[in-house]
Design a protein around this ligand. Sequence first.
Ligand code: ATP
Ligand code: LTN
Length: 352
Amino acid sequence: MIVEARETETIGLQTAPSAPGRRQRVLSGMQPSGNVHLGNYLGAIRNWVAQQEIYDNVFCIVDLHALSLPTTRETLRANIRNLANVLLASGLDPERSVIFVQSDVPEHAELCWLLNSVTQFGELRRMTQFKDKAGSQVEGVSAALFVYPVLQAADILMYDADLVPVGDDQKQHIELTRDIAERFNARYGETFVLPTPDIKPAGARIMALDDPTKKMSKSATSPNTYVALRDDPDTIRRKIRRAVTDSGSEVTAGPDKPALTNLLTIYSLLSGETIAALEARYAGKGYGVFKADLGEVVVDAIGPIQRRLAELEADPDAASRALAAGAERARERARRKMALVRERMGLGFGRS
Ligand code: ATP
Ligand code: LTN
């Protein structure tokens, strides 16, 4: 149904990315690079699900991006399936959203190459995610890690996305995507929509449980850093109980209390209560009581997702069907967009 609505706006190769009155388009992606955690859920997935009704959505499991760091065939395959089930269990609905695996639509890799030609080396070298992930090993990391943001730009620009709901760490990549699109449009004529990052004021940067100066991350070496959506209730309670706290004993948020601010943010987002209300409730009660309650809040919030996950895992065909249908819809859009892009760039043995 969503595809049909878009088709009415497409005449031959002339896409009309900013046709008035159309629904805003969303695209976002997640790497199948490990255990999905509370940061991914609160910073991204939860917002994708909540906004599903309002927008025309495309969500992508970015397996090509996951090749930018060393992995194995078996790990990648398992991670793709796990992530597909987690996204469906969290409430992404294949009837309302196009959900697919990036490499099932080969046009993403092609568009990445074409956009490489309008991306500057210096722009990529400035990307903080590259610097963080390469660390001191710059000479030995893959070239894929370096051009990673260009592949991300290809994901976004392929579907004329207006909005890109992501966590705070992705802001720089979306800004680069805008610059790439602007440069391409100036050189070849209006082709791409300039996307806007959709970063929520709360939850966009959930911090590691064992170090509130670092973001919660899938690829962290210690699993005590994050609460995974797959953790069992006792593991969740234990991880929250052991989360580092700040000096003092008052349950309050503020710049001098990064650990408590992080825990209060998680509590507030999952329970729907404001941080001020939580501070008032736990005044004088100490960290222990607060953490015990937070453990229960997290267990209760994740419980329904885990139950759906168990059902989906018992029926592996459910995810396969949803993702095959998603890939088909995505391929159709990508095929049309790429015909326009190739034509604009003068590629191939053109007809005119
Ligand atoms: P990795 O450690 O492998 O880089 P990651 O945990 O950072 O993985 P991604 O797959 O890179 O997760 O990100 C998926 C989405 O989750 C992105 O929109 C990202 O901004 C968001 N996200 C990741 N970590 C956090 C976090 N700690 N807080 C809020 N949002 C986050
Ligand atoms: N780079 C992102 C994952 C990602 C993405 C995208 C996010 C790949 N393609 C397109 C939004 C839109 C990350 O590391 N979190």
